[in-house]
Design a protein around this ligand. Structure first.
Ligand SMILES: Nc1ncnc2c1ncn2[C@@H]1O[C@H](COP(=O)(O)OP(=O)(O)O)[C@@H](O)[C@H]1O
Ligand SMILES: CC(=O)N[C@@H](CCC(=O)OP(=O)(O)O)C(=O)O
Length: 319
């Protein structure tokens, strides 16, 4: 007597669940998860990218996702438009020279109040909707960032723009301790002064461009990646005449382009150059107006924006 068999046609090749596409999406991210596990990522969130509530909430989700996926995200935030709005409310004017805010001692008080008391608090609160993760600090805390006076270069000449600083040194201890503890540091771009003569109102601290601060921090932390979120798609090759985005360029190529760039992009691209010249594997400028731009950039092939990579002799970047 022969053994009964089930007709082959009635055996499904593989049982498919309706949620299978979700599993596929997760599995697609596996190589990226493996590659970035344990790596530090510094994310600069620009004031111009913080335009609406949904975007801010999506930004917070992305950062928390990175943390839960085993990366070590650090947020450095800007707030230029928010500072300008507060100055206007107080009847004070905003003036920029070579892309840097002219910062009187009075302005410095407003910068500090808005960045540390308003923008940073908002980001910390958004991140902490997902758990006790974010801790906000300014560069003054635990000597994280020290700065010296910075002059703007206008028509080739140095111009005094008040309490604007350039990073002189960074102590990463407090940030590393927070990262080791599973927290997400959120840093405002204010630095303590190392100049001796400081004192009086607004004395002792400097207003640092947030792109500059993020790049310096990325280099000091030995970050894998610096991500700068802003309100354009990336670096436009021929701004403002065309919207063709430069998708990738080397440090040497960027160095050549820098003198021709307009303010706004200057501190970002200078920061990207500084980062990749100082050990950061890739520096990217992303469109912060695109929801989940961080996840799209880190976990998919469809990288968006502009990526700066080191020159070949500086080491091969991770894609
Ligand atoms: N080559 C360029 N490519 C893209 N944007 C440029 C370029 N040159 C100047 N910009 C300007 O830089 C701006 C981004 O810088 P900024 O306003 O300081 O943003 P954020 O607040 O995100 O730091 C863009 O909105 C654009 O107006
Ligand atoms: C010296 C200087 O210009 N500091 C900036 C700091 C904030 C910042 O950089 O904010 P965004 O990233 O949103 O432009 C300012 O006062 O506007």
């Amino acid at each position: 007597m022969s053994t009964p068999t089930t007709p082959a046609a009635s055996v499904p090749a593989a049982r498919k669940h309706t949620a299978l596409p979700k599993a596929r999406t997760l599995i697609e991210a596996l190589p990226w998860l493996t590659r970035h596990n344990g790596r530090t990522v510094v994310i600069k969130f620009g004031g111009n990218a913080m335009v609406d509530e949904e975007l801010k909430a999506a930004f917070a989700q992305d950062v928390v996702f990175l943390r839960q996926a085993g990366l070590r995200p650090v947020v450095v935030h800007g707030g230029g438009p928010q500072i300008s709005a507060q100055l206007e409310k107080l009847g004070l004017e905003s003036e920029f020279k070579a892309g840097l805010r002219v910062t009187t001692p009075e302005t410095m008080d407003v910068v500090r109040m808005v960045l540390a008391g308003q923008v940073q608090r908002e980001l910390v609160n958004l991140l902490n909707q997902h758990g006790p993760l974010a801790v906000g600090m300014t560069g003054e805390d635990a000597h994280i960032m020290a700065a010296t006076k910075r002059y703007a270069t206008v028509d080739g000449h140095p111009v005094d723009i008040g309490r604007v600083g350039d990073i002189a040194s960074i102590e990463t201890g407090a940030i590393q301790a927070l990262l080791d503890d599973g927290r997400i540091p959120v840093i405002s771009s204010i630095a303590r002064s190392t100049d001796d003569e400081d004192g009086g109102p607004g004395g002792g601290v400097y207003n640092v461009n947030a792109d500059t601060a993020a790049a310096a921090l990325a280099a000091a932390l030995g970050a894998e990646t610096l991500m700068v979120l802003t309100d354009v798609e990336g670096l436009y090759a021929d701004w403002p005449n065309s919207d063709e985005v430069v998708s990738e360029l080397t440090a040497a190529e960027l160095e050549e382009l820098l003198p021709g760039l307009a303010s706004g992009m200057v501190p970002k691209m200078e920061g990207c150059l500084h980062a990749v010249r100082n050990g950061v594997r890739t520096a990217r400028v992303l469109d912060g107006r695109v929801q989940h731009s961080i996840l799209l950039e880190i976990f998919t092939d469809e990288g968006i924006g502009t990526m700066v990579v080191p020159d070949k002799r500086e080491g091969k970047p991770t894609p």
